[in-house]
Design a protein around this ligand. Structure first.
Ligand code: ADP
Ligand code: MG
Length: 707
């Protein structure tokens, strides 16, 4: 950690310092081996064992030179976080007791972590515990500096003995291949023979909260669940909107500086930072990269945020809803497609109405989102995000697309007339001040409430939760769009009159799927009714969304493009139920503990003080009116809390008896969660009534305003 704040940062020198970059590889490898590596990176295929040995040695030499003692296959199991098992480079000493640091091509390419303790949703039983990690050659290896020293991290995919994906990376890579193949067909239809690859790019804006570490450590709910389970609102929330883009507090600024530095070393192009809407909420956005690298980098961003926060005596909260009543945190996944010849396929250009390729691509995306709205919703679901989606300040749980005025107008022309022949201009923004320049205005304003918004030359999927990996949502977007491209290409490749066929197809898709377009305020009650009228799914929770994975339409989509097998989909559905039940169970136990051992005892003590005061005042011949009134209020709430606590304890016990995973998950959602709210309510009331000095843990005010 860098503590000298005045030291000049040489960003160009720092950037990628801890990454085994392509340029380092080029310098370290014999030409022929380097060429083979690049070929596999770009075109796929496998590196020969001999080449892998050479790469491994170069990688190890570089790592050791930079202080590494260990290496790890770094992977993303279905727990949602990354996993690593460190091995040191040492091999058995020679006869003279000398140690040689070893790392072979085999070590690089393949690892065998015991897979039995990772979620598999029934794909493996414990006696068939073998799992393999395999090197993702397209994501660079890097050095991680942490408490354990310096470790060489090799990004890998994680599969079972029988080849089923046990992680978020493998399906993502498969989906990238699918979108590449199908998008190329579209590009070819328009006579482009130069492009040889289409890449999905992702830029993930990451929201987070920072709280004081000492205060964090006084709250079991934050420690065990990452969010507050109790807490009355502070007198001030976000209503003044003075935090958004506000001046960054000094020590938060110091955190951000260190965070950037650590990320740059890791080759993560951290670019933008600002305060977010809620007090203590912030955002970091990197420059976009190819989907798998962006996904790896987002994991590194989350890990590094947590690590750096601790060095600044803070804790970083990545939970989607750490505090009730103020904004939650999301992760906006910006997604686009571009060819290796440098063209962004989502760029409408100056005249979108006559950009047939763009209109075709847009029509395919709208169709994909409409048909698979349930899958998209599922891909953005996790237990924490349930607290956020559909709240009044988060994207609604209904998937819809915002196109903006200009494109919406083009779409409606096509729907009406079969084609479009004009576009709305952006015009000029007149500032009305002679010394300020008048600036060119985009043709389209923004809509912050849309879950899937077109923003100029990319789509922004805003539903995704802050703690979640980009892996699943991007896999789904790639997959559903690949399917739509494939269907379009199947028709158009056979067409006798291509120009007519493509016009017809665009018209047909836009007409049939225009119901998915919505540009109004997504936070309103009217939209919920309107969406219902349009027949758009409104899926309230993670566990209701999970079955979208295994519908016949989903299975056929994923099997066709070799992204998931049916067994893999079933396992993921199963894991969702399991994770949900476990998470709510932990939250329940934490609430029970806090209410039983902290809140209720403190309130009883306070009631006792009041009762004693009442008696003393009466003895002194006074009429303790205020004291009696307060005592009554406090006692009533304690009774309510105690009663709700008992109900919650019973429900938790009952939940434990349910052996069927899905049933148990729904029991937690339908029975246990409302009881959690019932317990929270009187406890939050008590917080407002009881002497602040007695309250057993830091309040919202302490956490959000005094970090
Ligand atoms: P906005 O203000 O519209 O959110 P920004 O330029 O701030 O746009 O970008 C937000 C995120 O989107 C950043 O992470 C950025 O790198 C990413 N981004 C920008 N252009 C693209 C693109 N063509 N494809 C994918 N992501 C992109
Ligand atoms: Mg954005």
């Amino acid at each position: 950690m860098n503590n000298d704040r005045n030291e000049k940062l040489n960003v160009e020198e720092i950037f990628g310092k801890n990454v085994f970059t392509i340029s380092k590889m080029r310098a370290a490898l014999p030409k022929s081996v380097y060429k083979n590596v690049r070929k596999v990176m770009e075109q796929g295929g496998e590196l020969s064992r001999a080449d892998a040995d050479v790469v491994a040695k170069a990688m190890k030499d570089w790592a050791v030179e930079n202080g590494a003692t260990h290496y790890t296959h770094w992977f993303q199991p279905l727990t949602g976080i990354t996993a690593e098992k460190h091995d040191s480079f040492i091999s058995s000493p020679d006869e003279e007791g000398r140690m040689l640091m070893g790392f072979s091509g085999k070590d690089l390419i393949k690892g065998e972590p015991d897979a039995s303790s990772f979620p598999s949703g029934g794909l493996r039983s414990t006696f068939e515990a073998r799992g393999y990690t395999t090197w993702d050659i397209t994501s660079p290896a890097f050095l991680k500096e942490s408490g354990t020293g310096t470790t060489l991290c090799i990004p890998t995919a994680f599969c079972s003995y029988t080849g089923e994906a046990l992680d978020k990376k493998t399906p993502l890579l498969r989906s990238m291949e699918a979108i590449n193949a199908q998008a190329l067909r579209i590009v070819r239809l328009f006579g482009d023979t130069a492009a040889t690859r289409v890449r999905a790019s992702v830029g993930a804006e990451q929201e987070y909260f920072l709280v004081n570490r000492d205060k964090y450590l006084q709250r079991q709910d934050l420690i065990f669940t990452g969010r507050t389970l109790f807490g009355a609102p502070a007198p001030k929330g976000q209503e003044m909107e003075d935090h958004y883009f506000g001046v960054i507090r000094e020590h938060v600024g110091e955190f951000m500086r260190d965070l950037n530095l650590e990320l740059w070393k890791l080759g993560v192009p951290a670019k933008t930072q600002h305060n977010e809407v809620a007090p203590a909420q912030h955002e970091l956005a990197p420059i976009y990269e190819e989907a798998n690298v962006a996904t790896d980098h987002n994991q590194l961003i989350m890990e590094t945020m947590k690590r750096v926060a601790i060095h600044h005596n803070m804790r970083c909260l990545l939970h989607e809803k750490p505090f009730a009543g103020v904004n939650g945190s999301g992760k906006h996944n910006n997604w686009s497609l571009s060819t290796d010849t440098g063209e962004n396929l989502l760029d409408p250009g100056k005249n979108p109405e006559s950009n047939t390729r763009f209109l075709l691509i847009l029509a395919c995306i709208l169709k994909a989102v409409d048909i698979h709205a349930d899958l998209l919703r599922q891909s953005a679901s996790d237990v924490g995000n349930d607290e956020r989606l559909g709240g009044h300040e988060a994207p609604p749980a209904i998937v819809s697309v915002f196109l903006g005025e200009q494109l919406e107008d083009v779409v409606s022309q096509v729907v009406k007339k079969g084609m479009a022949d004009r576009h709305l201009e952006g015009g000029v923004l007149y500032t009305g001040v002679s010394t300020l320049p008048d600036v060119a205005k985009d043709a389209t304003d923004r809509n912050r409430t849309s879950p899937f918004a077109f923003t100029g030359n990319k789509f922004e999927f805003r539903m995704v939760g802050s703690a979640d990996s980009c892996g699943a949502p991007i896999t789904i977007i790639n997959a559903i769009v690949a399917e739509a491209f494939c269907e379009a290409a199947n028709r158009l490749e056979k067409a006798a009159d291509f120009d007519q066929a493509v016009q017809d197809l665009i018209h047909e898709y836009l007409t049939n799927h225009q119901r998915i377009i919505f540009s109004g305020n997504g936070y309103t009650e009217e939209w919920i009714l309107e969406a219902k009228r349009r027949g758009l799914p409104n899926i309230a929770s993670t566990i209701e969304a999970a079955s979208a994975l295994t519908t016949p339409k989903s299975v056929s989509l994923f099997e066709e493009f070799h992204i998931f097998t049916e067994a893999e989909l079933r396992s993921r559905e199963e894991i969702t139920y399991e994770t949900y039940a476990k998470t709510i169970n932990i939250e329940t136990l934490t609430m029970i503990d806090m209410a039983r051992k902290q809140i209720i005892p403190v309130c009883m003590r306070y009631a006792k003080d009041l009762a004693e005061t009442v008696i003393l005042l009466r003895d002194a011949g006074m009429d303790p009116m205020a004291e009696v009134e307060k005592l009554t209020e406090v006692s009533t709430m304690i009774n309510q809390a105690q009663h709700s606590l008992k109900m919650l304890i019973d429900a938790e016990e009952n939940a434990g008896k349910i052996t069927h995973m899905k049933e148990q998950a729904f029991y937690y959602k339908d029975i246990v969660k409302p009881l959690m709210n019932n317990l929270r309510r009187p406890c939050d009331e008590l917080e407002k009534l009881v002497d602040k000095k007695m309250w057993p843990f830091p309040t919202y005010e302490d956490l959000m305003f005094e970090i």
